[in-house]
Design a protein around this ligand. Structure first.
Ligand code: DAT
Length: 198
């Protein structure tokens, strides 16, 4: 059943997606810091709605819970077993508490009923190139990711898999962008809780 099921959750589940290098980890770390402050009661005023959220680092789950069929040395990445990954994520993402912030370089594997917001981060080609160059990506992987960003692969994937009103594209070129994006996501969580009577 793929019908939206927000009413089953107290907090929204959020997917942060985008081509590698667009800033998923950086955004999630900033959000995690805000969540921690909110839970400790020391965050900015608007942050109270974040207290019950948690960041789920999918990369760590893939590695630590063996959701892969090995390491692709040429491509320098795990060969991800998506079925196993979804099995590992299901208890958290279908729990009544909700509030999962999940970052992953794909999005359409997550059932629509698990997802309340999809944030697609984007970056200019030059910024992305510089960031990936710093990671010493193999040339083929570098080119594939730059092409994917230019072709807006993640944005298309998000629009094909989810209702338009839950897909948000956010530019991630500068630290100011990142700060504004995090503020926007926090404001969106606050509004979601109001809309859902939480
Ligand atoms: P991802 O997790 O999507 O692969 P990341 O968060 O690791 O990306 O970011 C890659 C690099 O780019 C990292 O050195 C931080 C930098 N970066 C990310 N978003 C940025 C932004 N909005 N402004 C400036 N630098 C950014």
């Amino acid at each position: 059943d793929d019908a939206p099921a927000e009413h089953l959750r107290r907090n929204p589940n959020i997917i942060i997606t985008g081509t590698p290098g667009t800033g998923k980890t950086t955004h999630c770390e900033a959000l995690a810091a805000r969540i921690e402050a909110a839970a400790a009661g020391t965050g900015p005023g608007g942050d109270a709605a974040l207290a019950e959220l948690r960041h789920i680092a999918v990369n760590d789950i893939v590695r630590d819970r063996n959701c892969h069929d090995g390491w692709d040395a040429t491509y320098q990445s795990w060969l991800v077993d998506e079925d196993k990954l979804l099995d590992e994520l299901e208890p958290d993402m279908t729990s009544p508490r909700g509030g999962c912030i999940v970052d992953w370089h794909a999005c359409d594997l997550f059932p629509a009923s698990w997802v309340d917001l999809v944030v697609v981060l984007t970056a200019d080609t030059e910024s992305l190139y510089d960031r990936l160059a710093l990671r010493n990506y193999p040339e083929a992987k570098m080119q594939e990711n730059i092409d994917a960003e230019i072709m807006q692969v993640l944005l298309t994937e998000a629009h094909e898999a989810y209702e338009p009103e839950i897909v948000v594209e956010l530019a991630s070129n500068t630290p100011d962008d990142m700060e504004a994006n995090v503020d926007r996501i926090v404001a969106w969580v606050t509004q979601w809780r109001i809309d859902h009577g939480v």
